[in-house]
Design a protein around this ligand. Structure first.
Ligand SMILES: Cc1cc2nc3c(=O)[nH]c(=O)nc-3n(C[C@H](O)[C@H](O)[C@H](O)COP(=O)(O)OP(=O)(O)OC[C@H]3O[C@@H](n4cnc5c(N)ncnc54)[C@H](O)[C@@H]3O)c2cc1C
Length: 403
């Protein structure tokens, strides 16, 4: 079979490319459904996103496109996010809500920020190129020590000096002196940050977007994992031994995977590929028997006491699914114990009816997903990152052993 353009992967990138190219594109997706990381699954009446995704539109054209794919389906949300800090919840962004901190820490953060700002003025130094120094340069030692450093270390799992800063300018808002003074005095600026407002489908989870895109892709083949790419003969082979020819190839598979399956690449390219680094993400999807923490979209956990870095409450963004019966209890599983840790960490309580079952499932090459169900549906997502590239959830067990 052939297509002028062959696309590997039916996540958002592959689907969008195929939709825009129309008839000339053939799309091969390894999984039995589209969406990749932006996939949602239904289980016992719950809709679980494989990992929590929110839509932030920086470009009006993209917003119009998504709006046309999901007419009257997108709901606009004003972010209600928090940081779990020493047993209390501080509004996010941390640097815009210093007044919520204990007085000594508030002073340390404010003074550190003012000194850093002052130093920027007289030293004439350009912003550093590594993220660790960049944080201290812009925010000073207080905000760095109490939030930005522990949180980012936990999320990226590498020394912060090994990260560059191009992404940070956009994702980590640097407030003005005026904003920080106001934040310390009790006049926060909730609009700081790249996501003060976001959109989410009213129904069907984030996977609704991928499914809407897929409806406009005519030559889509599911369960077709590409295992070999031959650039000389311009063809790919799938696991079942089928061959597809192309004039142009678009791959949205993970780069190391593409390099491994492409024949005849120069050794230097393969070597460069081996040096690519990435983090594994563990995502636990949890069905709750009562509202989680109503009115909250997500909470960041920078502290070392819990192994995950974020908990999201999907029910705040999307209405709950209908009530269904729960599955049998296996509450001794590692995931069930991790859930108790979450609940304790977020100040909630964990009764015996909480986690009815937990099942482990390997998602893609490096993502894990676990689901819990319980009779009344609301859902939460817990996200953590592993240091090693081998998929396992040993760090969750390490976290539990602290209890
Ligand atoms: C925890 C987490 C949270 C995130 N939150 C957000 C958010 O809130 N907002 C946001 O905009 N972005 C978010 N992102 C980023 C977003 O997920 C990605 O930018 C986006 O989903 C990437 O889409 P993609 O199509 O490039 O890749 P993927 O979604 O990875 O899709 C690749 C597809 O290729 C398929 N594939 C792989 N190998 C093969 C093969 N050999 N043959 C055939 N098919 C193959 C896979 O099955 C998959 O379907 C988040 C990412 C993570 C990990």
């Amino acid at each position: 079979m052939s297509g002028r353009v062959l696309i590997i992967g039916g996540g958002l990138a592959g689907l969008s490319t195929a939709r825009h190219l129309g008839e000339e594109a053939v799309l091969l997706e390894a999984a039995g459904e589209v969406g990749g990381l932006c996939r949602s699954t239904r289980r016992d009446g719950y809709t679980f996103d494989v990992s929590g995704h929110l839509l932030h539109f920086r470009r009006p054209a993209i917003r119009r496109l998504v709006g046309s794919l999901l007419p009257r389906q997108l709901r606009r949300h004003r972010r209600r996010a928090f940081v779990s800090f020493r047993g209390r919840l501080v509004d996010f962004p941390f640097q815009a809500h210093l007044y919520q901190l204990p007085p000594r820490i508030r002073r340390e953060c404010l003074e550190g920020f003012l000194e850093a700002d002052d130093r920027k003025g007289w030293s004439g130094l350009a912003p550093p190129e590594d993220f660790g120094s960049w944080i201290r340069y812009h925010f000073g030692p207080g905000i760095a020590r109490h939030f930005l450093e522990p949180y980012n270390r936990k999320m990226w799992q590498v020394p912060l000096r090994e990260l560059e800063t191009e992404w940070a300018e956009w994702a980590v808002p640097v407030p003005t002196v005026e904003q920080v003074r106001r934040a310390a005095a009790g006049g926060p600026d909730p609009s700081l940050g790249y996501n003060p407002v976001f959109y989410y489908p009213r129904q069907g989870g984030i996977g609704a977007l991928a499914r809407a895109l897929a409806r406009e892709v005519t030559r889509l083949h599911l369960r077709r994992r590409v295992v070999a790419v031959d650039l000389t003969r311009r063809r790919v082979t799938t696991r079942e031994g089928r061959t597809f020819y192309f004039e142009r190839l678009v791959s949205t598979a993970p780069l190391p995977e593409l390099l491994r399956m492409t024949r005849g690449l120069p050794p230097a390219l393969l070597e460069a590929g081996e040096k690519l680094r990435y983090r594994s993400v563990c995502v636990f999807n949890v069905g709750l028997s009562r509202p989680g923490l109503p009115g909250r979209h997500w909470i960041y956990f920078p502290g070392r006491g819990v192994p995950f870095y974020r908990v999201g409450f999907a029910a705040t963004s999307s209405p709950p699914a209908p009530r269904r019966a729960a599955s049998p209890s296996t509450s001794r599983s590692p995931a069930a114990r991790a859930l108790r840790l979450v609940v304790a960490g977020s100040g909630g309580k964990c009764g015996p009816g909480w986690s009815k079952w937990a099942s482990w499932k390997r998602e893609r090459s490096r993502t894990w997903s676990t689901s819990f169900t319980s009779p009344t549906p609301t859902s939460s997502t817990i996200v953590g990152v592993r240091r090693s590239s081998r998929p396992s959830c040993a760090n969750w067990r390490a976290g539990e052993s602290r209890r």
